[in-house]
Design a protein around this ligand. Structure first.
Ligand SMILES: NC(=O)C1=CN([C@@H]2O[C@H](COP(=O)(O)OP(=O)(O)OC[C@H]3O[C@@H](n4cnc5c(N)ncnc54)[C@H](O)[C@@H]3O)[C@@H](O)[C@H]2O)[C@H](O)CC1
Ligand SMILES: [K+]
Length: 509
């Protein structure tokens, strides 16, 4: 991946964005006012690119807050008026920052108050530009502030959010105060996406997300190590070599009648390119599995001693377990899996089995492991973190799913992937990825039985291929959603492994 593509994948917190902006302005190379002009021009440009019909001037209401987000709004108002648009600007309060004051001083038109606005201000086909709050939002919108946004939506107007929809916490994507907010049709943000665009409600409420370059890439080092969007990596292409060069994944399955989940896991591990995949099941489940498997090999493993014996073969370099495993079998086998020190993927029953004693699991985990809980499994292992996520967000920056995954990874001592439409992946030390199947990248058909078992298999297969745990989890989560997007409506879990070849082919692997 080229540097530019890698940079576009960065996702910033508000603090990181402020640090970058501060470094740029502090360098003396650019002023805050100049950045605001670029931001406003970028918003206009993206609106016209998405809706070419607006080359013909229309009608817009601009809602301006007191900070620099409002300042961007004054710039957009001026630029639209210069193009012949009918612009009605309403301010919550006078501009309070020096840059916003400069922008407001350049606005020649009238300034109304928010409460002046009525349905007649939002004629059919008009736009509502939301410049109330951006990264500076710290508390819930008062009812009078949210009202014009709701009015615009009720009148069928498209809402364009500058930087982020007002009311959304840019760090967590949570709506402060739990208000009911209308969805933006377009969000135009600056230099990099923010976590609030893709996490929690932010993914849906942001609508189409566009990022405008305002020329501050040179100071991105001030952001430290940002989270990144998960995506394809060059290592997905299979280099030449013997099947044993691509790893041997061992998937541990459960008893008779429960084997479907582990078979899905094993098939996905094979499809993503593990050289060999073996499914180990209790002896009594052998006939059922033998009838359903061909390229996946089959071995009996009755218990921990049986597994330890099998693991005397050092070629099993990645172990995947949990789907359909059964809680008793999980309690028996997980300690042996982790004691082997090999790369390991723990999901489903392998996590739930430790709901009563998460510390015992954390003590055994090592940096080569990956946990892939869904929300319920996460809550069983990390009840306090789940509780913080469930507590209504009242002040910004609010506790985010990424904060939760990072703290969980620290506690567990391994990579934690928290599933959802906004899957977050964190490693101990804070490195993080987001696999966001939201907005234009949504994959709603992925919400289907067995999809998680396939994700387990993809990650296990990538571990077998030698991917580091964070990259196996992140790339796997992206690929999983990509396969779902590629298949589209009607998807069931069985379709996912079969779609992997099309995704890989499209990547040129
Ligand atoms: N980062 C950049 O490079 C650029 C950012 N731009 C724009 O600037 C905003 C951020 O501006 P800032 O002044 O820091 O914050 P806000 O405008 O979002 O508002 C802060 C202001 O509002 C008060 N406040 C917060 N929450 C509430 C509330 N619920 N009710 C009432 N008042 C509230 C807070 O106390 C402050 O006074 C960024 O989003 C971009 O749009 C640039 O112009 C381009 C460069
Ligand atoms: K906004």
């Amino acid at each position: 991946m080229c540097d530019e593509a890698a940079q576009r994948r960065e996702i910033l917190t508000t603090r990181q964005m402020r640090a970058v902006e501060g470094a740029a302005i502090g360098s003396g190379s650019v002023t805050g006012s100049a950045l605001m002009e670029r931001a406003g021009a970028g918003v206009l440009c993206e609106m016209l690119a998405l809706w070419p019909e607006f080359e013909r001037p229309g009608h817009a209401v601009i809602l301006c807050g007191p900070g620099n987000n409002g300042g961007d709004g004054y710039v957009v108002a001026r630029l639209l008026a210069e193009r012949g648009w009918q612009v009605r600007l309403a301010a919550l309060a006078p501009p309070a920052t020096p840059d916003a004051q400069v922008a407001a001083a350049c606005w020649q038109g009238a300034v109304a108050t928010l409460s002046d606005l009525g349905p007649e201000d939002f004629p059919p086909g008009s736009l509502c530009i939301d410049a109330l709050f951006g990264t500076g939002l710290v508390r819930p919108l008062a009812p009078g502030i949210a009202a014009p946004l709701r009015l615009a939506a009720a009148q069928g107007c498209r809402i364009v959010a500058i930087d982020i929809l007002s009311g959304l916490c840019a760090d967590s994507g949570r709506v402060l105060g739990g208000l009911d907010l209308p969805r933006a049709a377009l969000t135009v943000s600056f230099q990099r996406a923010k976590l609030g665009h893709v996490l929690a409600q932010g993914g849906n409420l942001s609508g189409v997300l566009r990022i405008v370059d305002i020329g501050i890439d040179g100071w991105m080092a001030a952001a430290g190590v940002p989270a990144r969007f998960a995506g394809p990596v060059p290592a997905l292409a299979k280099r030449a070599g013997h099947k044993y060069d691509h790893g041997h994944a061992l998937v541990l399955g459960g008893g008779p009648g429960q084997g479907g989940a582990a078979r899905l896991t094993a098939r996905a591990a094979l499809r993503i390119g593990a050289g060999l995949v073996t499914l180990a099941c209790p002896p009594e489940a052998l006939p059922e599995n033998a009838a359903r498997l061909d390229a996946v090999m089959l071995r009996p493993v009755a218990d921990r001693a049986g597994l330890e014996h099998l693991l005397e073969n050092p070629r099993f370099n990645a172990l995947g377990l949990g789907p359909g495993l059964g809680l008793d079998r999980a309690r028996d086998l997980v300690p042996a899996v982790l004691a082997s020190g090999r790369a390991a993927l723990l999901d489903a029953d392998a996590l739930t089995a430790f709901a009563d004693a998460p510390e015992a699991l954390f003590a055994a985990l090592h940096p080569g492991a990956v946990l892939t809980p869904h929300g319920g499994e996460f809550a069983r292992l990390f009840p306090d973190l789940a509780q913080r996520l469930a507590t209504p967000a009242e002040t910004g920056p609010a506790f985010s799913r990424l904060d939760a995954a990072r703290q969980a990874a620290e506690r567990a001592g391994c990579v934690v992937l928290l599933k959802g439409p906004d899957t977050v992946i964190a490693a101990p030390g804070g490195e993080a990825r987001v696999a966001a199947a939201v907005g234009e990248a949504q994959a709603p058909w992925l919400a289907t039985a067995g999809a998680g078992d396939v994700l387990s298999g993809i990650v296990t297969g990538l571990l077998a291929r030698g991917f580091a745990p964070l990259e196996a989890a992140a790339t796997g989560a992206w690929l999983h959603a990509e396969a779902a997007r590629d298949f589209g409506p009607g998807l069931i879990a069985e379709d996912l492994p079969e779609r992997i070849p099309a995704v890989l082919r499209a990547l040129g692997c």
